[in-house]
Design a protein around this ligand. Structure first.
Ligand code: TYD
Length: 212
């Protein structure tokens, strides 16, 4: 049986990834494909338990290395129990964030470094890469206004970090995408959800041709 396709959506806070992930899945299902929609951190019971520890940490919070290890542990469970079995049975997987979030947040902004994050990913998840990463890129001013509406004062331990941290996340994402133009597609995330969805469908058209 043909292996399913693995598509990850990445971007900073308020980039509209989750809305786009759902719209993408709906379009793929409408074309008759079997698709799993999942997210990180999370996706399996174990990884969802680690998610709660990461986003609402006990005590004084995690140091950068402990945080990177916890994300890698959550991902390891998610890959072993959900993502690989789905792909091997021919299903498509659409994932709201994957290892490139760890590379951008913990590796770049958190200072753990890309090599260390990639090493953890090799140990935890056999280095699994998506077939395609959709990096949703939105103007900083638009993001700021979306986040004010969405989170108010209640963002989580990572989303609530300062401007410099999130600027470093954005810069690391941009650098990763330009270093791997085959693996990443930068999608303009400005405009209505329908407009962004149309751009995404144009980018994944070659994968759909192969699948039909
Ligand atoms: P989530 O509620 O999914 O945020 P968003 O809606 O912005 O995607 O929370 C995930 C948070 O965890 C988000 O701030 C990004 C962060 N994160 C990392 O720091 N490293 C990772 O590897 C992943 C997957 C997420």
């Amino acid at each position: 049986m043909a292996r399913g396709r693995f598509i990850a959506l990445e971007g900073g806070e308020g980039s509209g990834k989750s809305t786009q992930a759902q719209m993408l899945v709906d379009s793929l299902v409408a074309r008759g494909l079997d698709v799993d929609l999942t997210r990180e951190p999370g996706g399996t019971p174990g990884a969802e338990a680690i998610r709660a520890l990461l986003l609402d940490p006990p005590g004084e919070g995690w140091g950068p290395e402990a945080e990177a290890l916890l994300f890698a542990a959550a991902r390891s469970d998610h890959v072993a129990r959900l993502i690989r079995p789905a792909l091997e049975s021919g299903r498509w997987v659409v994932c709201d964030r994957f290892v490139d979030s760890s590379r951008a947040y913990q590796g770049g902004a958190g200072g753990v470094g890309d090599e260390a994050v990639q090493a953890l990913h090799r140990i935890g998840s056999g280095g699994l890469r998506p077939d395609l990463v959709l990096l949703i890129s939105v103007d900083p001013a638009t993001v700021a206004s979306r986040l004010r509406q969405r989170d108010g004062a209640s963002s989580d331990a990572i989303g609530g970090r300062g401007e410099a941290y999130h600027a470093a996340v954005a810069q690391t994402f941009a650098a990763m995408a330009s270093a791997d133009p085959e693996g990443f597609a930068i999608v303009d995330g400005n405009g209505t959800p329908a407009q962004v969805h149309e751009r995404i469908m144009a980018v994944i058209a070659p994968f759909l041709d192969e699948a039909s």
